[in-house]
Ligand binder design. Structure first.
Ligand code: SAM
Ligand code: DTB
Ligand code: SF4
Length: 332
């Protein structure tokens, strides 16, 4: 194997791309982002092919099991009670409704079923119902993922015992920009929850959002924080902001396409063993931009026409794209 060829450029950081690292610096990742586009993609694709089948994409479906009325003030979110977004709040869904949605998700080609609740944190009295949801989804032969807000250690242990495979809890942005986005909980609160999830033995799904008015340094800060965790998240969702009218970030300047692809490529290079998810935002992306994201090392997506409260491409449109690109679903 020709490592120099894989690096592609003399100005690339002189560290071995074969090693899984947890000591990334802002300076090194700034250099990565500044590479000529072809060199960056070549390096990301080379690493991608060492760790994954480059034509396989992991496919998850999302279900909002409790929508709206959330006490947190995340400036991007349709579900925060702090902003008037016109969203109707609901109670926690019944286990049978979740089971029916899981059957549909499986039929639609998903291998993982992700359940999201608009909570700051689950109440202990809801945990039995949540665990019953995990069991019923697993019975369909699907992997399970939940995103319910912050967890205590005992709550994380209960979810792990119930068989929950993944827990999603995003850091959302870089440390410097964080307070401009959320004031009701800190980055450290999030890192504490991630530690409870890890200690309980579940796989971690953790990433963030771009296109919230942050700078490249903030995107780099987010990736450095993720890649320097004691263990890389198994799944790293990179969401392009779905702009929501009525939220403070609803009028943010959308991220430029090549900058989004660079963010995906850097995530792939920094976390070679992780599945990188081209997460929210596909609805507004061209087929060509999505293809560039896959070339840059994205290998996971949400399928199904709805994310939590916003749109995602329809199955027919996605199936046509997979066929044009020769993409196959990754088995669980
Ligand atoms: N309430 C829980 C929490 O925030 O911890 C779980 C659900 S929350 C909707 C999960 C993640 O979805 C957020 O952390 C954020 O990264 C992402 N998200 C929410 N709204 C979004 C939007 N409008 N565009 C892109 N990503 C979004
Ligand atoms: C993640 O990183 N993205 C998903 C999932 N984790 C829970 C959520 C995207 C939400 C997009 C906005 C909405 O549909 O409300
Ligand atoms: Fe609530 Fe989660 Fe939305 Fe923040 S992202 S307002 S915690 S639902």
């Amino acid at each position: 194997m020709n490592i120099d060829l894989a690096r592609g450029l003399k100005s690339a950081p002189a560290r071995d791309d074969m090693v899984i690292r947890h000591d990334w610096t802002m300076g090194e990742v700034t250099q990565l982002f500044a590479l000529p586009f072809a060199d960056l993609i070549h390096r990301a694709q080379t690493i991608h092919r060492r760790h994954f089948d480059a034509n396989e994409v992991q496919m998850s479906t999302l279900l909002s099991i409790k929508t709206g009325g959330c006490p947190e003030d995340c400036g991007y979110c349709s579900q925060s009670a702090h902003f008037d977004t016109g969203l109707k709040a609901t109670k926690l869904m019944a286990v049978e409704e979740v089971a029916a949605a899981a059957v549909q998700a499986k039929a639609g080609g998903a291998s993982r079923f992700c359940m999201g609740a608009a909570w700051r944190e689950p109440k202990d009295r809801d945990i039995d119902t949540i665990c019953a949801m995990v069991k019923t989804v697993k019975d369909q032969g699907l992997e399970t993922c939940m995103t319910l807000g912050m967890l205590t250690k005992p709550q994380a242990e209960r979810l792990a015992e119930a068989g929950l495979d993944f827990y999603n809890h995003n850091i959302d942005t870089g440390p410097e920009y964080y307070a401009k986005v959320i004031t009701t909980r800190t980055m450290q609160d999030r890192l504490d929850t991630l530690a409870h999830v890890r200690d309980a033995g579940m796989a971690v799904c953790c990433g963030g959002i771009v296109g919230m008015g942050e700078g490249r340094d903030d995107r780099i800060g987010m990736l450095v924080t993720l890649a320097n965790l004691p263990k890389h998240p198994e799944s790293v969702p990179i969401n392009a902001l779905m702009q929501i009218k009525g939220t403070p970030l609803g009028d943010s300047t959308p991220i430029e396409g090549f900058e989004f692809v660079r963010t995906i490529a850097a995530a792939r290079i920094m976390m070679p063993d992780s599945v990188v998810r081209l997460s929210a935002g596909r609805e507004h992306m061209s087929e060509e931009l999505q293809a560039l994201c896959f070339l840059a090392g994205a290998n996971s997506i949400f399928i199904g026409a709805k994310l939590l409260t916003t749109k995602n491409p329809a199955k027919e449109k996605d199936d046509a794209l997979w066929s044009k690109l020769g993409i196959r679903p990754m088995e669980a």
